[in-house]
Design a protein around this ligand. Structure first.
Ligand code: NAG
Ligand code: NAG
Ligand code: NAG
Ligand code: NAG
Length: 291
């Protein structure tokens, strides 16, 4: 008889366990009584925590619907909503402070118990590339180093995926920690890579855009090409200038020579003009002088 009673009581305890409820911080959660309607002679009590603080009360008979948001320390202030028809309790904008056990009691005793877990809202991981490695040695130039990071997380796993297959992952159980996970990819890699941060109830994914992330590496190479081409064109300019000057020199030398030739020509011609002049003088000589 005693054993049967014990078994019955154990069944009661298991039976009232409404189950585990997992919520993300900032979201709302509703704890259902599973009643379709509260009977006139019924009363509902919601209790919270190990000390079973009464946080909500319904007395159908007297039409009383109360929430007690100041217990135990005001953490429920402005966050409790009571469904007057079913007696279900909604906690809005939940925080980690609201995690724990919730119990709903009817007039005849406990109805259900809920174990509420609250998980932090996950940030989207950030992917960066190690561009400094690109310019360092030529051996690492076919690879691009990526780093996926998150700050201020706890109870999470950070993973790299290539398509749908897991490449690597790292897990932490601490609260508020910074995590990062490296990945080496080739510049020409056409696969889709993604970095996923997840906790037991949610995940956040960032896809790696290899073209863009590893572009900084190509960007570092580009100026080199520009510098080289600029230097090359500069050299060509100098060569062209030298050739140009040489040509001009040659040209001017030619003109100098030509001028000299002209001069010698005129030198040859001069006697003729002199002769002419002398002839003219001779003509004048024939004109009778007025004197
Ligand atoms: C939710 O709770 C947080 C922390 O208590 C508070 O800073 C924030 O303003 C609340 N948001 C809303 C929409 O009530
Ligand atoms: C990034 O480069 C620096 C120096 O070049 C190196 O110390 C570091 O380990 C690199 N990180 C990754 C993720 O490759
Ligand atoms: C480049 O990355 C691949 C994986 O993508 C790796 O197998 C290889 O060893 C890396 N090479 C160098 C030079 O780091
Ligand atoms: C991320 O969450 C979605 C549902 O929100 C799920 O379908 C997906 O499988 C999850 N991905 C990972 C890698 O956990």
């Amino acid at each position: 008889m005693f054993h049967v009673l014990l078994l019955f009581c154990l069944c009661c305890l298991i039976g009232v366990l409404g189950g585990s409820v997992s919520v993300t911080e900032g979201d709302s959660v509703t704890l259902y009584t599973d009643l379709t309607e509260i009977h006139e002679d019924d009363s509902i009590l919601w209790k919270y925590g190990g000390k079973k603080y009464i946080i909500a009360e319904i007395s159908a008979k007297y039409r009383h619907f109360f929430t007690y948001e100041d217990v135990p320390d005001g953490r429920f202030r402005g966050r409790l909503k009571l469904d007057s028809k079913t007696g279900s309790l909604t906690i809005t904008n939940i925080t980690t402070q609201h995690a724990g056990l919730y119990e709903v009691n009817g007039a005849k005793g406990p109805l259900k118990t809920f174990s509420v877990s609250v998980y932090a809202r996950l940030p989207v991981p950030v992917i960066s590339s190690n561009s400094s490695q690109c310019s360092s040695s030529s051996s690492s130039q076919q690879n691009c180093s990526l780093l996926c990071s998150v700050v201020n997380v706890g109870h999470v796993t950070l993973s790299w995926y290539k398509g749908n297959s897991l490449l690597s992952s790292i897990s932490v159980s601490d609260l508020s920690i910074s995590l990062s996970l490296p990945l080496e990819v080739e510049y020409q890699d056409k696969n889709t890579y993604s970095c996923v941060l997840n906790n037991p109830i949610s995940n956040q994914t960032r896809h790696a855009d290899i073209k863009q992330l590893c572009h900084t590496c190509a960007g570092l190479l580009l100026p080199n090409i520009l510098v080289i081409s600029a230097a090359a064109s500069g050299f060509l300019l100098i060569v062209a200038a030298v050739i140009g000057i040489f040509c001009i020199c040659k040209e001017s030398r030619k003109t100098v020579q030509r001028q000299k030739e002209d001069r010698s020509d005129s030198a040859l011609r001069k006697p003729k003009t002199r002769q002419k002049k002398s002839k003219e003088e001779a003509v004048y000589e024939n004109v009778p002088k007025k004197r």
